[in-house]
Design a protein around this ligand. Structure first.
Ligand SMILES: Cc1cc2nc3c(=O)[nH]c(=O)nc-3n(C[C@H](O)[C@H](O)[C@H](O)COP(=O)(O)O)c2cc1C
Ligand SMILES: [Mn+2]
Length: 502
């Protein structure tokens, strides 16, 4: 099934699938929606379309990404790993051998060529064009999410800029605190590409913000791509159809033709304001800090535009699934650089950058430590605060299993690496902002070459006896229908594990 072409067909799909509830009662974008949504997200409930938000003519969509099923619906797959497979097929392309392989290879190459965004002459995102005094952010149902937030924040934008040196496009998701009818802040953290474009600009940097996209384009804005790769190209590749763009009305930036709402404008170098505090995905309020001011020159919209929102906060929240999609989709790319990695898991409760569990095909002494350092040198994963390395047979998504090996296989004096490096912009724990300690735990089986004594064997029942017991199970008269267990421990049934339903 082709992924949805725009937000409206996505909403229609969610509705057909019983994954959306329309709320007709009037609700307040000031805190009330957060509390309603929080209960629904934590219960694994549906997407919510609030049709009557106090003081606004625009409906508000939230929790569109809030379950694994909806995430899979968005990508048109059965499992998120299937999205990764598509990427892996391209990344692992070998020179074709016979004719059949050559044809397959060409198809794969075509899928890349077809991913490039396509300029079109007009699009519904410009059905309504408001400029000058008509620009009024007060008309949008922008949420104030948490009691300590000083203002409403736009939370699900795709912010488009171009590298002033070479024109390469960047799309990122950065919250935007509303300042007044025509101004917001732009929360460009220091490690992000959007921030780099801004720092490279001499004076003014044009910015366009797309709100209300098809789900894959919206997801792509949050994807941690290298700076020189256009996130809309990834969106086109994952959708199997190019993202269509139209030229903005007051900026020389192309914007998604299918967007519900577009904010056009600019940011001046060194024009900063005190942004925040904001109840963030760390589970804490991040402190107020200076961030650039975004001046809105035009608001363009579809007729009856729908405003998209998301609330972050103490995990798990809706963004857990955006993060899990990234974890799955980027596994092949991680493996390109570090092929001995079998799988990895970024626990939702670790707000993604606090902890990374990784399983490896261990081949030499110190291998786990090599992988730790590789991760600390890899794109946004470099901000990971702690890493646990386990052997390939360990299920990294089963935290109880991982905990077992951390307890059983680790001599803290020998197997723990303490080092330092860059940390996430929002991490409040380190003594200095942006830099601090890193913890690596090698929970693999050790060899004498690593200073261990002879490593014992793990307990495992023999296959013959397992088979025998399975055969005879009925004779025992034990009323439970129990499948044989493999030798691994864990299989925890904690809700977080269900995030991957393994
Ligand atoms: C809901 C949500 C909100 C986010 N808010 C911010 C933010 O305010 N500032 C920021 O720098 N990154 C934020 N991120 C993370 C970025 O979107 C992500 O790092 C992305 O890769 C940045 O793109 P870039 O590398 O092209 O700059 C957010 C992610 C999500 C899913
Ligand atoms: Mn980028």
């Amino acid at each position: 099934m082709a992924p949805p072409a725009d937000l409206r067909s996505w909403i229609a799909l969610l509705e057909r699938e019983g994954e959306l509830v329309r709320v007709g009662a009037e609700v307040d974008a000031d805190l009330e929606i957060t509390e309603i949504n929080d209960r629904v997200v934590k219960a694994g409930g549906p997407a919510l379309l609030f049709e009557k938000v106090k003081g606004s003519a625009h409906p508000l969509l939230i929790n569109q990404f809030g379950t694994e099923r909806r995430m899979c619906l968005a990508f048109g797959v059965d499992r998120l790993d299937d999205v990764a497979q598509k990427l892996e097929d391209v990344l692992e392309m070998q020179p074709p051998q016979g004719l059949v392989e050559k044809v397959k290879g060409l198809q794969k190459l075509k899928s890349i060529a077809d991913s490039l965004p396509k300029r079109v002459r007009s699009g519904p995102c410009q059905d309504v064009v408001l400029t000058g005094d008509d620009v009024d952010l007060d008309r949008l149902p922008i949420q104030r999410c948490w009691p300590g937030d000083p203002a409403p924040f736009i939370t699900l934008p795709a912010v488009i800029t171009h590298d002033p040196r070479n024109g390469v496009r960047n799309v990122g998701m950065y919250r935007m605190q509303k300042v007044d009818r025509r101004t917001t802040y732009m929360h460009w953290q220091i490690h992000k590409d959007g921030r780099a474009d801004y720092l490279l600009a001499d004076g003014r940097l044009e910015v366009a913000v797309a709100l209300g996209l098809d789900p894959i384009s919206a997801y792509s804005a949050s994807a941690p791509l290298p700076k020189h790769i256009d996130e809309f190209m990834l969106a086109g590749f994952l959708r199997g159809e190019p993202v269509e763009l139209v030229r903005g009305k007051t900026v020389t930036i192309d914007v998604p033709a299918n967007a519900e709402i577009v904010l056009e404008g600019y940011i001046e170098r060194d024009d900063l304001g005190l942004e925040g505090p904001f109840g963030d995905h760390t589970g804490y309020y991040t402190a107020a800090e200076p961030f650039p001011v975004f001046h809105v020159t035009a608001v363009t919209m579809r007729h009856d535009a729908i405003y998209p929102s998301i609330v972050v906060g103490k995990p798990p929240q809706e963004d857990a699934w955006l993060g899990k999609a990234t974890e799955r989709i980027f596994l092949p790319a991680v493996r390109m650089t570090v092929p001995e990695i079998v799988d990895f898991d970024l626990p939702v409760a670790g707000a993604f950058h606090n902890c990374c569990i990784v399983s490896i095909r261990k081949a030499f002494p110190g291998h786990a430590k090599k992988v730790m350092h590789a991760i600390w040198g890899l794109g946004m994963l470099s901000l990971t605060k702690s890493i646990v390395v386990v052997d390939e047979h360990v299920d990294v998504h089963d935290y109880e299993q991982v905990f077992f090996y951390v307890g059983a296989n680790v001599d803290p004096k020998r197997d723990v690496v303490l080092t330092e490096g860059p940390l996430d912009h929002l991490d409040h724990a380190p003594s200095l902002q942006f830099i601090g300690g890193k913890l690596g735990i090698d929970a693999t089986a050790k060899s004498p070459a690593e200073g261990a004594r002879e490593w014992p064997s793990e307990i495992e029942m023999s296959p013959e006896v397992k088979e025998l017991v399975s055969q005879r199970w009925g004779e025992y008269g034990i009323a439970l229908d129990l499948a044989p267990r493999d030798g691994s421990i864990g299989h925890s049934s904690r809700p977080l594990r269900h995030l991957l339903r393994r």
